[in-house]
Ligand binder design. Structure first.
Ligand code: HEM
Length: 211
């Protein structure tokens, strides 16, 4: 089994908890206002500033550099989405939640180690390229957003997504890892799932309080 399969198998139960989140369920069921959806976009904004910032710093790294993809950077897409949802003064509407602050702190803490960076990058981007595409299609039906703002976060100009994901998995398989190195990435990926799920849990509490 290649490492991409090992990683997926070892963390798929963590994926189930993330996918089962109540906020995402309410969002997919069309029960949330555009602003309540925008609250998640705002949290993505802070998390991806950190993640893409880590990527930029690692661009020339001999190992992590294989997982730096400028074409995936999300800041510009997120700004278009936030502008569409909240208007030109979107920055006045958003701040990082406590769980997002924890996630960002963790990304920054581990970002100088290739395995730490790869774990967080994999958890977010392979998800955005997978289930994220389903989420985008549902959001477009619910809110009527087109390309150009609203759900641009989920649009990637990388050609065939399956081909990109295959190449990503090939790079995971090509990592030169002993058992301990594999376990370190698996542990950090589980933590990345947990921290991301806590961000969603907090959004769910806010959405329930506002309902
Ligand atoms: C409505 C919520 C979600 C749905 C329906 C969903 C669905 C899926 C599906 C169908 C795949 C498999 C795609 C494939 O084999 O190519 C997948 C993969 C993945 N998802 Fe999700 N997902 C959701 C939420 C999440 C969340 C919240 C995260 C992370 C925070 C996440 C992270 C991932 C990752 C990392 C993979 C790649 C696994 C791998 O193949 O190694 N997903 N998702």
């Amino acid at each position: 089994m290649g490492f991409s399969e090992v990683l997926r198998a070892a963390t798929w139960s963590d994926h189930a908890s993330a996918e089962d989140d109540g906020y995402l369920k309410s969002l997919m069921a069309g029960r949330l206002s555009p602003e309540a959806y925008g609250a998640m976009v705002a949290q993505h904004y802070f998390a991806y500033l950190a993640l893409d910032g880590a990527a930029k710093a690692l661009a020339d790294h001999p190992v992590a550099g294989a997982f730096v993809f400028p074409e995936l950077y999300r800041e510009e897409a997120l700004v278009r989405d936030l502008t569409t949802i909240f208007g030109a003064n979107w920055a006045d509407h958003i701040e990082p939640s406590k769980p997002t602050q924890t996630l960002v702190a963790r990304i920054n803490q581990v970002a100088d180690r290739p395995g730490g960076y790869i774990a967080h990058h994999y958890t977010r981007y392979l998800g955005d390229l997978s289930g994220g595409q389903f989420i985008r299609m549902e959001l477009q039906k619910i809110y009527g957003y087109g390309r150009g703002g609203g759900v641009d976060f989920y649009y990637f100009d990388i050609g065939s997504l399956p081909r990109f994901k295959d190449e990503y998995r090939r790079r995971l398989d090509a990592l030169d890892l002993d058992e301990a190195g594999q376990q370190r990435i698996i542990r950090e990926t589980k933590l990345a799932y947990q921290l991301n799920t806590e961000v969603l849990g907090d959004l769910g509490r806010l959405a329930r309080a506002a309902a």
